[in-house]
Design a protein around this ligand. Structure first.
Ligand SMILES: Cc1cc2nc3c(=O)[nH]c(=O)nc-3n(C[C@H](O)[C@H](O)[C@H](O)COP(=O)(O)O)c2cc1C
Length: 208
């Protein structure tokens, strides 16, 4: 991709920064390989941050939204919050596990609920207008079986009034096998240049 200053729908590349959130339970997995292939095509100068949830000491989310006494979050949560609100584009890089995102990815999304309720965090306002993307590897050849994951991400984006760039799908089981999926690697080349409409729920017009 050339480093033109306008991305999809006139979004200015120069103002954008990508956070890749790795959600596999193994290192160097297929979903990461596919995400890195797509990231290589981002214009030079677009900042990329990569965080691997599997290596972070992040406890399960505890729902304290309705408690009067809030326990302070730990440093890992703080680091994730900062990385999230600093990015214009959040890329959830998760293998397909049981037809949806991995537990690591889901746990990260659960923290979003805490941040939504955190006084002064302005999480909803800050996320509105940003873009959510997904990258996944799956062993099944029938990509319709990833619909549950796609819906999860699309509705999450709709709830946060974000744009949704879709989910880049690839096939693989053993680590590295995704390199044999020529179709996925081809799609990766132009994935981040794709349309990013505002996400919406069914029968609801996208809120801008
Ligand atoms: C816990 C678990 C659940 C899985 N569930 C599915 C599934 O529902 N559908 C599917 O096609 N593949 C499933 N797989 C296979 C993985 O998606 C596949 O191995 C993928 O390449 C893993 O990506 P990674 O290398 O990035 O971790 C599952 C694998 C594991 C370990």
């Amino acid at each position: 991709m050339t480093s033109d200053i306008h991305g999809p729908e006139g979004l200015v590349w120069a103002d954008r920064s990508f956070l890749f959130v790795l959600g596999s339970s193994r290192a160097d997995g297929n979903s990461e390989i596919l995400a890195r292939a797509a990231a290589e095509r981002l214009p030079d100068g677009v900042p990329q941050a990569w965080v691997d949830l599997n290596t972070l000491d992040l406890p399960d989310f505890q729902d304290g939204r309705h408690e009067t006494e809030r326990l302070p979050g730990g440093p890992v949560e703080a680091e994730l919050f900062k990385a999230t609100v600093e990015a214009t584009d959040i890329v959830l890089v998760s293998p397909l596990y049981w037809y949806t995102v991995s537990a690591q990815t889901k746990r990260y999304l659960d923290y979003w609920s805490g941040w939504l309720a955190e006084p002064g965090a302005d999480f909803k306002q800050r996320m509105a207008g940003r873009t959510l993307w997904g990258v996944t590897a799956m062993s099944d050849y029938d990509e319709r079986r990833a619909d549950g994951m796609v819906t999860t991400l699309e509705y999450t984006a709709a709830y946060l009034r974000m744009r949704f760039g879709g989910v880049l799908l690839g096939n693989g089981s053993r680590p590295g096998q995704i390199r044999n999926d020529d179709r996925a690697l081809l799609r990766a080349e132009s994935f981040f240049a794709g349309e990013t409409p505002f996400a919406s729920f069914p029968l609801e017009q996208a809120v801008r």
